[in-house]
Design a binder for this molecule. Sequence first.
Ligand SMILES: Nc1nc2c(c(=O)[nH]1)N[C@H]1C(S)=C(S)[C@@H](COP(=O)(O)OP(=O)(O)OC[C@H]3O[C@@H](n4cnc5c(N)ncnc54)[C@H](O)[C@@H]3O)O[C@H]1N2
Ligand code: MOO
Length: 411
Amino acid sequence: MKTVEQHISDVLDLVEPLEPVELDLLSAHGGVLAEPVASRVSLPQFDNSAMDGYAVAAADLAGASADEPVRLPVVADIPAGDVSAVAVRRGHCARIMTGAPLPRGADAVVPVEWTDGGRATVAVDREVRVGNAIRRSGEDVEKGATILQRGAVLGGAELAVLAAVGRGSALVHPRPRVVVLSTGAELVEPGSPVGPGQIWESNSYMLAAAALDAGCVAYRHGFTGDDPAAVLATIEDVLAQADIVLTTGGVSMGAYDVVKEVLSGSGTVRFDKVAVQPGMPQGAGTVGESGTPILTLPGNPVSAYVSFQLFVRPALRRLRGLPTDPLPAVHARLTAPVPHSPRGRRSYLRAVLQYDGGEGATPYTARPVTRQGSHQLSALAETNALVVVPESVTELAEGSVVEAVQLPATP
Ligand SMILES: Nc1nc2c(c(=O)[nH]1)N[C@H]1C(S)=C(S)[C@@H](COP(=O)(O)OP(=O)(O)OC[C@H]3O[C@@H](n4cnc5c(N)ncnc54)[C@H](O)[C@@H]3O)O[C@H]1N2
Ligand code: MOO
């Protein structure tokens, strides 16, 4: 059987970061910067007021106090955006709003709270230091400085920085388009009645949602029955909208394992048994003229989920232009024994990981959920970690220290 690491490596060999495209800012959300961005301007671009108040020469307020306020004539009113470039002569002041350009001659701003708020003349009841409440040009960003590094994921903060320096678009690796196909004649769309022997389809929702959580665009293509011609036609149809295709079901040893049947004869898809539990039957390769990567995951829902986290997620990260680091892992103490684990396969047990600050080897505990079958979906929702049981280990006592892989949460 193939090792987990070998399969991850084979999957990664199928994908490259998507070609960068210039996208307007909101469309670039979730994209990964393909080049560093330097600012063409200083921020702020001009000295401006940090408060609503009065622009003054600080020296004019020498000796001002509550008992003996200094009175200054107000020669102008400067709202934010005002470009009428007033100057303030000594002994005068201008009313000024937050963000408005500082007039020539002023070297401090007095907040309105220190004054009587006068419009023609203002009384100021204390002294002010030079530079008070002034935001200097360049104190946020210096012209020419790098504001974002290549590889930055564009979220709200990054888009704000780009917008603030005047960029209307960014060159990014776009979000990959992930098409999810489910196969199986027994599958029925949730919300519709099921007949005898049928089940409601759930894998495509799980995988499409996991792809969205992983920063991709996801399309769900319902399911395609068990007819080889129809499955092949569907796969060919979706290639135009896919940077990667995920299928579930039909890859094992059954007489109707249609994905394996149709893909074995076309493209470069290889089917292997990977030494992992769950998620053993896996296929990976490319299809179509443009060599679109396709990963065929097992149909058992928990197997499909674990396969996504182990094998699909790194591929999606590479498509996005991100490092393919594994999920973070911590050491944790088991709060229950693991009575058996298959020799020669690495088990990933669904578990609830908790920080209890406890003494000893690790401050984390891991409680494996009770229903560990590949078909037992119900405990997935409470699962936040996968406990790793190495290939050579067949049982573990309560209290054993294990590696627990932390699963990503929906952002
Ligand atoms: N003789 C053998 N049988 C099986 C083997 C084996 O090595 N020899 N491997 C087992 C393992 S491990 C797995 S995992 C499954 C994988 O099977 P397939 O990928 O071929 O999946 P299906 O047979 O189509 O379905 C398996 C199971 O999952 C349900 N399913 C499928 N698709 C969906 C869906 N979209 N939503 C919800 N549930 C789905 C399906 O009804 C089956 O119950 O094979 C074992 N067998
Ligand atoms: O590998 Mo299957 O994925 O054991 O249930």
